[in-house]
Design a protein around this ligand. Structure first.
Ligand code: 5AD
Ligand code: SF4
Length: 437
């Protein structure tokens, strides 16, 4: 393999991009490319981009700027842009950035090898009728005990701030048989934790042997795979949390007690303006039902502050909702106007006001996150080791509740599922020792 061509991929944004980057690496692997972590030695550079907020999009252009000297020194270097910025701004990228050779949208990744071979510059941002995953080569090498599995892509919800329905397209669920085969293959290669991915994962409705299956049914079936110790899924919409999925949290032992359930705001006025189609109270009642099924479940969420029209009172209601729920973690963002979305037409909130709200919200979330971690101190939890820690004799992994845990364990191996006694809590992780059986 000394003369194998080298591919460098940079992945921005969400976990689905991480999954897609792996698939693209495999597609190019079939063409003789091997992955490299050194951009200077690459024959091809792929930037798998994110369009969700302005800052994420801008990173593409600054990274392309940094690639200019490399391309100038080696004109045969192929530079490709994939992902959601490619989908949204494909033609503009080609126009503005002469160093880019190819642009490929998220639904066209199976065409990447052909695009890479094509002479000249090319753009493919179609939504072809065929399933891109059908054309990608079989998965081969594995890196660790955890894996992502995309079960659903796209979104039909059209939240007023969000580009996803435009960049990833309409909701499409992959068929059950494909997913079962892919999951079985992953487990056969040593994976023991699978995270099911979808922009609207709990709206999953893939074709099963007897008609469409829900996510709950898929999870119950995946739980039959011997050796699959843990199942997670993300990201869910509150309105698609059906009874069966809630019940599964109490019944399926492999389904981990952690749920990311974005609410965005605690103000009914703002939720309506966001086109979220539920109220704050409906969210709170949903949380009650989920906790009734699985009392120790840890909830996380996404919040946007400074959405157009958000008043101090609206913001206070968001803080009230956070206090009422008690989250284990959360992601919070200052509203970012995205071209083509309905909210982009509306009057923005003053930037300083939004910054201040973001700080207040993050302080409250940090408090709740610390409290949720402190509850774990003194308890025994199960940790799946994902890698060695920075200190000698240290392993790092995740607990069932998705806490990062540093464990002093000199005989630990990546892939071990270990009972660990938690002895301490740091800002973003726990520390522990193997429990004495
Ligand atoms: N501005 C700020 N945050 C956004 N998100 C999505 N679109 C925007 C936007 N225009 C956030 C939402 C979503 C998460 C993935 O990103 O909170 O749940
Ligand atoms: Fe975007 Fe999620 Fe709303 Fe879909 S449900 S439009 S992905 S925020």
């Amino acid at each position: 393999m000394a003369d194998a061509k080298k591919l460098f991929i940079k992945t921005y944004g969400c976990q689905m991009n991480v999954y897609d980057s792996e698939r693209m690496a495999e597609a190019m692997g079939a063409e003789g490319y091997v992955l490299t972590e050194a951009v200077e030695e690459a024959d091809m550079v792929l930037l798998n981009t994110c369009h969700i907020r302005e800052k994420a999009s801008e990173k593409l252009y600054s990274d392309l700027g940094r690639l200019k000297p490399l391309k100038a020194a080696r004109p045969d270097l192929k530079i490709g842009v994939a992902g959601c910025v490619a989908q949204a701004e494909g033609e503009e990228i080609i126009r503005r950035m002469p160093l880019v050779d190819l642009v490929v949208g998220p639904q066209s990744y199976h065409r990447l090898p052909a695009l890479a071979k094509a002479p000249g510059r090319s753009v493919d941002t179609e939504f072809p009728p065929e399933d891109k995953f059908d054309h990608l080569p079989e998965r081969k090498a594995l890196r660790g005990p955890t894996a992502f599995l995309t079960v659903q892509e796209g979104c039909d919800k059209f939240c007023a701030f969000c580009v996803v329905p435009y960049t990833r397209g309409a909701e499409v669920s992959r068929p059950v048989s494909r997913l079962m085969a892919e999951a079985e293959d992953l487990v056969a290669r040593g994976v023991c934790e699978i995270t099911l991915l979808g922009q609207n994962v709990n709206a999953y409705h893939g074709e099963g042997p007897d008609g469409p299956w829900s996510l709950a049914r898929l999870i119950r079936n995946l739980a039959r795979i011997e050796g699959l110790a843990r199942i997670r899924y993300t990201t869910s919409h509150p309105n698609d949390m059906d009874e069966d999925l809630i019940a599964a949290h109490g019944e399926v032992t492999q389904l981990m007690p952690y749920l990311h359930l974005p609410v965005q705001s605690g103000s009914d006025r703002i939720l309506k303006a966001m086109n979220r189609k539920h109220t704050a109270d409906q969210y709170l009642r949903l949380v009650e039902r989920i906790r009734a099924a699985r009392p120790d479940i840890l909830l996380s969420s996404d919040f946007i502050v400074g959405f157009p029209g958000e008043t101090d009172q609206d913001f206070r209601q968001t803080l009230d909702l956070i206090r009422a729920v008690g989250f284990g973690a959360a992601f919070s963002f200052k509203y970012s106007s995205r071209p083509g979305t309905p909210a982009a037409e509306r009057h923005p909130v003053d930037g300083d006001v939004a910054d201040e709200r973001l700080q207040l919200l993050q302080a409250l979330i940090t408090e709740q996150q610390r409290a949720a971690q402190m509850v774990m101190v003194g308890k025994e939890v199960t940790v799946l080791y994902e890698k060695s820690g920075r200190l000698p004799g240290q392993m790092v992994g995740k607990s069932d509740h998705l806490h990062a845990v540093h464990v002093r364990d000199s005989s630990g191996q990546v892939g071990d599922l270990v009972r660990v006694r938690i002895v301490g809590s740091a800002p973003n992780s726990l520390s522990g020792e193997p429990a004495i059986p």
